[in-house]
Design a protein around this ligand. Structure first.
Ligand SMILES: Nc1ncnc2c1ncn2[C@@H]1O[C@H](COP(=O)(O)OP(=O)(O)OP(=O)(O)O)[C@@H](O)[C@H]1O
Ligand SMILES: [Mg+2]
Length: 231
């Protein structure tokens, strides 16, 4: 089933075209990576799918339901069941690791016992159980990255949006976290939409790589994975 369907979307900012007739269909459990130079419209696609901005023309459906259409946000971000990890992570500095991961569950009104269980499971999955009570400032970049991932995944999103989540990390940590994201994606069966401007990272992470240039999709490549998966 198509979990995300962007159809003929255009987006302009004050007369400048950021996206020019972009169509993108994503199947469940796919790993789509959007690759392209700075300013080509990668983040704009994620913000449109997340529901922070509306398309000028065209439409977006998630899970078969129309969520945005021609200048209108039909379903707001909080009702789209998406997980998001952005480059700057935006962890709550005053909350502990546990508090950060728990935040969205509280907002949903989940009972304490169930929150605790879910947070524990996520902490174990991302290998951060020993750091539950630390504040973000007391963690390394890679550890913060894992907390951001856990915070997004604990809400069991249908789709995980990641905007250059590893680009500020050194290569060794970047490579290690790629593996962890792939492992979590497989374990949890989440659909991944991942943005990078690094070609190597794109082909490492993707089942399909979407190349963009100046607001348009230039090409789509299916990646034959050495991990034995099919796209
Ligand atoms: N809020 C905004 N107001 C005006 N122009 C914007 C706004 N957001 C993005 N743009 C413009 O739209 C175009 C696409 O921006 P976008 O952020 O999607 O690029 P990107 O591919 O994510 O780039 P980068 O790799 O640098 O993050 C750029 O030309 C950018 O300047
Ligand atoms: Mg961007």
């Amino acid at each position: 089933m198509k979990i995300v369907d962007m159809h003929s979307v255009t987006k302009t900012y004050g007369g400048a075209t950021a996206l020019d007739g972009v169509s993108l269909e994503i199947a469940e459990r796919e790993r789509i990576v959007i690759l392209g130079p700075s300013g080509c419209g990668k983040t704009t696609i994620l913000r449109l799918i997340a529901g922070f901005i509306a398309p000028d023309t065209g439409s977006i459906s998630i899970g078969g339901e129309l969520v945005s259409k021609k200048g209108r946000i039909i379903k707001p971000p909080e009702e789209r069941n998406l997980g998001m990890v952005f480059q700057d992570l935006a962890l709550w500095p005053h909350l502990s690791v546990k508090g950060n991961i728990e935040f969205g569950l509280r907002a949903r009104g989940m009972r304490k016992a169930e929150r605790e269980t879910r947070v524990r499971t996520m902490l174990d999955l991302v290998g951060m159980a020993d750091y539950a009570d630390r504040k973000p400032a007391e963690l390394s970049g890679g550890q913060q990255q894992r907390v951001a991932l856990a915070r997004a995944l604990v809400l069991e999103p249908k789709v995980l949006l990641m905007d250059e989540p590893l680009s500020s990390l050194d290569l060794e940590l970047n490579l290690r976290l790629r593996k962890e994201i792939l492992r979590l994606q497989e374990t949890l069966g989440v659909t991944l939409l991942y943005v990078t401007h690094d070609r190597d990272e794109a082909f490492d992470m993707a089942t399909r790589v979407v190349s963009m240039r100046r607001g348009r999709i230039e090409g789509v490549k299916t990646v034959s994975s050495s991990r034995g998966e099919t796209a």
